[in-house]
Write a protein that binds this ligand. Structure first.
Ligand code: 5GP
Ligand code: ZN
Length: 134
């Protein structure tokens, strides 16, 4: 059983903030900022793209509810709502989870975004490849 399935079953303790029949939200033990919450489906699936559109929609309904509470309850200035798919993206626990990270002015947290440039015509090529896979 994976670590988050053990949290669902109660075999590993967690600090819960929201629970219903299908989803659970609990505090991340290694927070990027204090108040960092994880939202998971109780049913095991490895990554977000292993969910059906229906399941993903339901998950994000809960993410939306909990995100509002994190923002309001902690008086945060903003949030990062993040989901990693695959080890290459930084996923370490292979049970779908959405990170809700409270952000505060001058909290010192920087995500490593960069801005590449497309060559002539390349942006359309990428869009076409995505569209043809829909
Ligand atoms: P990932 O890198 O897979 O997107 O994120 C996994 C997250 O799970 C990390 O932020 C890590 O701190 C958190 N985590 C890992 N093991 C446990 C645990 O046993 N309990 C809790 N509450 N969080 C965990
Ligand atoms: Zn699991």
């Amino acid at each position: 059983m994976c670590v988050f399935c053990k949290i669902v079953s109660g075999e590993i303790p967690s600090t819960k903030v929201y629970e219903d029949d299908k989803f659970l939200a609990f505090m991340d033990i290694g927070p990027v900022n204090k108040g960092h919450v994880l939202v998971i489906p109780k049913k095991h699936a490895e990554t977000f793209i292993d969910l059906t559109e229906e399941e993903a929609g339901e998950l994000f309904k809960v993410v939306n509810k909990v995100a509002k509470a994190v923002k309001r309850g902690l008086n945060a200035d903003g949030l990062n709502i993040i989901n990693n798919v695959g080890a290459v993206s930084g996923q370490e626990v292979f049970h779908v989870h959405v990170h809700i990270i409270p952000r505060f002015e001058n909290d010192g947290m920087k995500f490593g975004w960069r801005k590449l440039e497309y060559k002539e015509g390349e942006i359309k090529e990428y869009a076409e490849r995505i569209k043809s896979a829909l």
